[in-house]
Design a protein around this ligand. Structure first.
Ligand code: NAD
Ligand code: MG
Length: 383
């Protein structure tokens, strides 16, 4: 029996993770669930899965969650600090980090310090402080098992391989809803158009990131830390069918790819079962449905975020933290109809040149950089 806590249980990843757990009650038990604002769903999940603890981020909803669960004996907490308690609960073996954004950083650190293995969906945490997180995990003997489909693919390809035999990796990108479009078109796209992803149904933030290719940029940085690669070993290839989830090229020229239907339950299922595999009844791939799998270059001139992310990784230090914080602000602003699609990259670039660069940041430097960048990007949004 594996005891699993889910941070961000009410989101796209969180709810799919609970489906995986529900299908395997003899293997997995839920120990803690957290949500920011969807109290009704959190309550329903708690009544069904009977965790030891739930955390509602929005403190105004504490009373109603507490009242709804009063007969159950489930411990109810509220607020940001309580996330760290949920992340480090003694009974838990694995923490699935399915919160969106850099707010996942502190609870991820708390989980690692409590020696919990991490199922990592919350890529922003690795983007912001990948050096700190990976060295802390090493220090505490904690495994970080990727849930992001591309990184799960690379991780699966590397089973049984020596890391020093990796020549390079290719992260596949669907290209999002605006693949093939030009800048003049992108200038006027709406939030509703950007939220229509061709292959995946996901939370709003990652869906916008997928449309702007920032998601792939963040994933490049995520891969650098998960697999200890240098920036020149990471490449991106557009693959609109999202069947080949990513590839590794080894030093003998051989390549391995991991494939499957685009369904996030697969990498979640793998992360939970790791180091083994367990059977599932997920729909199987049929070659006749996909007679053509195609690959092409990413259009970096049109989708500038990808180059900005590579540049942030090359400049290192707190630059990935800056790009992440700026991106969280502009995506939110785009979702509020405050700025246009292309302005997102402009503001990010401005933050990268104006926020103070720190070559070897401490955790506090990261937290301050995150705050400063949010304030500065917020000012640029309202200008
Ligand atoms: P989502 O928006 O659907 O869900 C986010 C979850 O985080 C919710 O449970 C919400 O309550 C919680 N949350 C939001 N803000 C919070 C805050 N300030 N404090 C505490 N909790 C907060 O997001 P998602 O699509 O499930 O994505 C979650 C993470 O997984 C992201 O980092 C994303 O990049 C990554 N990811 C998602 C997918 C996918 O298919 N959805 C695929 C790969 C990676
Ligand atoms: Mg991904």
């Amino acid at each position: 029996m594996k005891n699993i806590s889910i941070l961000g249980a009410t989101g796209s990843i969180g709810t799919q993770a609970l489906e995986v757990i529900e299908a395997n009650p003899e293997l997995y038990k839920v120990t803690a669930l957290t949500a920011q604002s969807n109290a009704d769903l959190l309550i329903a999940q708690a009544l069904k899965f009977k965790p030891l603890m739930v955390v509602i981020g929005d403190e105004r909803q504490y009373k109603s969650v507490k009242a709804a669960l009063s007969a159950t004996g489930i411990k109810v907490l509220a607020g940001e600090a309580a996330l760290c308690e949920a992340a480090s609960l003694a009974e838990t073996d694995l923490v699935l980090t399915a919160i969106v954004g850099s707010v996942g950083l502190k609870p991820t650190i708390a989980a690692i310090e409590a020696k919990k293995d991490i199922g990592l969906a919350n890529k922003e945490t690795l983007v912001v402080a990948g050096d700190l997180i990976t060295s802390l995990a090493k220090q505490h003997g904690v495994k970080i098992i990727p849930v992001d489909s591309e990184h799960s693919a690379i991780f699966q390809c590397l089973v049984g391989e020596a890391v020093d035999t990796i020549e390079k990796i290719y992260l596949t990108a669907s290209g999002g809803p605006f693949r093939g479009k030009e800048r003049a078109f992108l200038a006027n796209v709406t939030k509703a158009e950007a939220l229509k992803h061709p292959n995946w149904v996901m939370g709003a933030k990652i869906t916008i990131d997928s449309a702007s290719l920032m998601n792939k940029g963040l994933e490049v940085i995520e891969a650098r830390w998960l697999f200890d690669l240098n920036v020149d070993q990471i490449d991106v290839i557009v693959h609109p069918q999202s069947i080949v989830h990513s590839l590794v090229q080894f030093n003998d020229g051989s390549m391995k790819a991991q494939m499957g239907l685009p369904d996030m339950k697969l990498p979640i299922h793998y992360a939970f079962a790791y180091p083994g595999r367990i059977s599932s009844n997920f729909k199987r791939f049929n070659f006749m449905d996909y007679p053509e799998l195609t690959f092409s270059k990413a259009d970096r001139g049109t989708f500038r975020n990808l180059d900005l992310a590579f540049e942030a990784l090359r400049r290192a230090g707190n630059m990935p933290c800056i790009i992440n914080a700026a991106n969280e602000v502009v995506v939110n602003a785009f979702l509020q109809n405050q700025i246009g699609f292309l302005e997102m990259s402009d503001i990010i670039e401005q933050c990268m040149s104006d926020i103070s660069f720190i070559a070897t940041p401490t955790l506090n430097n990261y937290l301050e950089t995150d705050q400063h960048t949010r304030i500065f990007a917020g000012e640029l949004v309202t200008k």
